[in-house]
Design a binder for this molecule. Sequence first.
Ligand SMILES: [Zn+2]
Ligand SMILES: [Zn+2]
Length: 66
Amino acid sequence: MNCAVCGKTATSYNKQKQPVCSAHLKSEAKAPACPDCGLPMLVRHGKYGSFWGCMAFPSCSGIRKI
Ligand SMILES: [Zn+2]
Ligand SMILES: [Zn+2]
């Protein structure tokens, strides 16, 4: 099984029962919830700097400032 976020080998499941790698399981523990869909958010890096982006991106485009 592969991480639902990055596609690498997943080692466990998150609260949404999606397979995730250890890095993403850890990042979800402190992640805020998406204002649009409620899923955990991930740190993403855009040309204007870092921000929280919904883990369901691109199907959800919820973002928050870090
Ligand atoms: Zn991952
Ligand atoms: Zn979302």
